[in-house]
Design a protein around this ligand. Structure first.
Ligand SMILES: [Zn+2]
Length: 484
């Protein structure tokens, strides 16, 4: 950083938004001069820029000598040139948004400042470029200021929200299988087909096989001649058939249209379809720790794995497309016994019961949903900022990690979509006994909600200690926090 600037540029801008322009150009200039005095800087030239909406994009020469397309801001470009050639030795702006609305303009300024290492300050404190943190703040500030253009899409989304709240939004497009084009009236013949398909899937038939059966029986999907496993799978997975409203990928409540599948049946179908995607066969469904155990070496989720009749293990599967390291395995029955012991112990603690009640309550689920929506929104903003080069890949990756962890947490709590089982366990006189009596699928759901409410995502499984006897060692399982 250079010494105190004797000849800093002062940048003010006529706003293109009248309502927002509380400080006229005169006042901006007076304030920047006052700041220069306060900082003990001299004062140099004042750069006054017009409303930029008046300018078209054109090719400009960038501080590094290359050429790029920008909304042409002659005064801003003149300022960058003045900085680059050393004509000014500092910069005082009124506010960040007077300097840059377009993230690329900000990047050009950052480049110029990095090249010359001149000090930068602003009346409102929104623009300083002395440290990486300052630069990140400025980038975020510009990206946020940039949102106004998205007001239109926000209005549309709000409208969709309202319709979804009312339970009448059918999403437009093609007729949904099982329903008339109004999306509200059930077609009995097609409803019967869906119930049959669900029943067959729960019996263990593959979606492909069921699709073939339907083809043979002459049942056709809405827009095709034959059923594909995707078409049928999508139908069965759709929350609509369970009479649930989904909005932006989340279940938001009971719909105004009638359900074709009982909610309980639908959930079981989901679990069956999803577990088949992850596991080898239906046998795996009996093994409730699937997705709750993680490899201590590589972080991969362990998968249930058949050893011999009546014996299974959880393994960091290294097979084709499984991506695990193959170096950690734990005996299945022992792991389930230990996990159940811990879960039951938690369920017996009043503070834990309270907490679980909180997340499984309507309000808890609502809040999780709100948090989730906010985080997902933020994630989209971030990825846009990165796409626009407003932040570096490292900054993006770092921020993404933090937000993604929160989303994972909220999603886990959202399994409170499934809380039927968890609620029942909680309402039971003896929650521990109620948990033990659950079927494996319900155990998994309940354990997941319980762990999420405590900030855990499961257990990590450590390598077997070779100095110990070769029998099940519960100390290899350690609760694992949701990543932060
Ligand atoms: Zn591993």
């Amino acid at each position: 950083m250079k010494n105190t600037p004797k000849n800093p540029a002062l940048l003010v801008r006529i706003s293109d938004d009248k309502a927002e322009d509380r400080a006229g150009v005169g006042r901006q200039e007076a304030d920047t001069r006052a700041l220069a005095v306060r900082l003990g800087w001299g004062t140099g030239e004042v750069f006054v820029e017009n409303d930029t909406s008046a300018f078209k994009r054109r090719a400009v020469t960038l501080p590094d000598g290359s050429t790029g397309l920008r909304v042409f801001r002659p005064e801003f470009r003149r300022l960058l040139d003045a900085i680059t050639v050393g004509q000014v030795d500092g910069l005082i702006a009124y506010h960040l948004d007077r300097v840059a609305r377009d993230p690329r303009d900000l990047e050009d300024l950052i480049d110029a400042v990095e090249l010359t290492r001149i000090p930068v300050d602003s009346v409102t404190g929104s623009l300083r470029l002395a440290s990486d943190a300052d630069i990140t703040m400025a980038r975020i500030g510009v990206a946020i200021a940039n949102q106004s253009s998205r007001d239109a899409s926000r209005r549309i989304r709000r409208k969709m929200d309202e319709l979804a709240e009312a339970g009448t939004y059918s999403g437009g497009g093609a007729r949904r299988y099982g329903y008339e084009p109004d999306g509200m009236t059930v077609r009995p013949d097609e409803a019967e087909v869906l119930r049959y398909a669900a029943h067959r899937v729960l019996e263990g038939a593959s979606v492909t096989a069921v699709g073939r059966e339907l083809d043979e029986q002459g049942h056709r999907p809405v827009k095709a001649q034959r059923w594909s496993s995707k078409t049928l799978g999508d139908q069965l997975r759709s929350a609509r058939v369970a009479g649930l409203r989904v909005h932006r990928g989340e279940i938001v409540g009971e719909a105004a249209w009638p359900a074709i599948l009982e909610r309980d049946t639908w959930e079981q179908v989901l679990v069956a379809l999803n577990s088949r995607r992850t596991y080898d066969n239906r046998r795996e469904l009996a093994h409730w720790l699937g997705g709750l155990l993680f490899c201590d070496r590589c972080g991969h989720a362990l998968q249930a794995n058949f050893v011999r009749e009546g014996v299974h293990r959880y393994w960091c599967h290294s097979g084709h497309r499984r991506g695990g390291c193959g170096r950690i395995a734990i005996q299945g029955e022992g792991a389930e016994r230990e996990a159940e012991r811990q879960v039951v112990e938690y369920l017996s603690r009043p503070d834990v019961a309270e907490r679980l009640a909180e997340v499984t309550s309507r309000r808890g689920a609502d809040r999780a949903r709100t948090d989730l929506a906010a985080d997902e929104h933020q994630l989209r903003d971030l990825s846009r900022m990165w796409a626009e080069k407003a932040i570096t890949l490292d900054e993006y990756a770092e921020a993404r990690k933090i937000i993604q962890a929160r989303i994972d947490g909220a999603k886990a709590v959202q399994m409170a979509q499934v809380p039927e089982a968890a609620r029942k366990v909680l309402a039971a006189a003896d929650p521990a006994a109620a948990f033990r009596s659950l079927n494996p699928t319900r155990k998994r759901e309940t354990a997941r909600v319980l762990l999420a409410s405590l900030g855990y995502k499961g257990w990590k499984v450590e390598p077997h200690d070779a100095s110990k006897a070769r029998r099940f060692d519960p100390s290899r399982m350690a609760l694992m926090e949701v990543d932060r």
